[in-house]
Design a protein around this ligand. Sequence first.
Ligand code: CS2
Length: 487
Amino acid sequence: MENLKQLPPNVLKPLFNRDNIKTSILHIGVSNFHRSLQAFYTHELIERFHELNYGICGVDILDSSRKIYNILKDQDGLYTLYIKKTNGVHKAKIIGSIVEYFFGPENPMAVIEKMASPDIKIISLTIAEDGYHLNEITGEFDINHPSVTEDLKNPLSPNTVFGYLTQAFKLRKLRGLSGCTILSCDNIKENGNTIKQSFFNYVSKVDPDLLPWLTENTTFPNTMVDRITPNTELSDIHTLRNEFLIEDQWPVVCESFSQWVIEDNFFDEKPAWDKVGVQFTKDIKPFERMKLRLLNAGHTILGILGTLHGYKTVYEAAIDSDFISLLHSYMDKEVTATLKNQDIKTINDYKKNIISRFQNPYINDKLSRICQESSAKIPLFILPTIKDQLKGEKQIKIAAFIIAAWCKYNDGIDDQNNPYKIIDSLSGTLIRNAALSHQNPMKFLETTTVFGNLSENEIFRNYYLESLSLLRTKNVKDCIKELNALI
Ligand code: CS2
């Protein structure tokens, strides 16, 4: 804190006294993304509107988060948001909204007590797709997941978010306190409904008597979250040190664009985030669909095709005119018709904006980040478009090509003959089925944990098989050119 005063004038410092801030938001999963979006908006609210009651208490519950916990503890919760505009204007802004920090593996009871505190009005979370323990196809909660079974054995020393929430709400109920809002900020479909489904499923197994109380005392707004936040590179740490004289062990880099839309369904009072640009809405679906099916799918497309070609960053793929022309066609011809209840001007502006965001030369967003956990992303970003198109206009040629390219991606070698690593919790299955697909091309599509029964659809199957055989004989760039000429 004291060090802030020594920073040069080109650094934006918090214009508020952090000692006066009370925490009423508890956030689980202090990821880069949390720090670039929710903590940023909350900082703005505190700074510009003196809302001193909305400080954030950060919580991490996984042992793998020990590093960020130690660093933020060391830095008094402060960190730099390094905002990089497309035009080369970069800002270094010190974010001061995280004023407390707890670490579950060190002291689970302290976390549970804090969650149960009546001061906490919102428990928000970014726990990533796999933190929900839901099967995308069956929609069922995975009660046999090792972390879940551990929790059932040791409820007072939980591993999962659901274990923590259960203990905290049991205490609230016992003490005659009220509940609060549970705000998922993960980039998944209907994140509020999803966390509710997982949590209630968990509670119905461990403590069914708590369910009626929870139903009365909690709400789960859905949210749409958007800000491209690449992994922090050592070079960012060095630049901040050299150009801004900031010693930050783990700054966060992001683009200047940001969007956070929240369903207006809070249990208690809500922070006036709308004063600083957050949108509250009755119906989140049109926003969410637009974002997942355009931006995230666009990323996945550049990620898979770009990696196959040998590119390393989103930027490289996004300035390749063949790639961008395919992406345009995908958005216009396959996705747009599926974006119900969203006006066409908003959709067109969004599409245009996406391309220029991808073309930001200063955001060193690695394709390896984008391709990580594709088995969780593709069912969210691309399969819903395919399903809707199969019910409607049946334009799925590019989507089928992408799925076929993903099969080839799982061979793990690019068109320059360089190997790359496949980081995916299903990597074993994906790699095996991709290998088998050299003899039996349907094999990969029959990975039902990802695709459900899509392989049974004849229209899709035919496009997919056609694409896969093309991809097996030509390099990806030529395939893209050929496809572009056809559509
Ligand atoms: C990316 C997202 O992980 C991915 O595949 O598409 O992390 C994306 O950068 C964010 O959702 C942007 O809001």
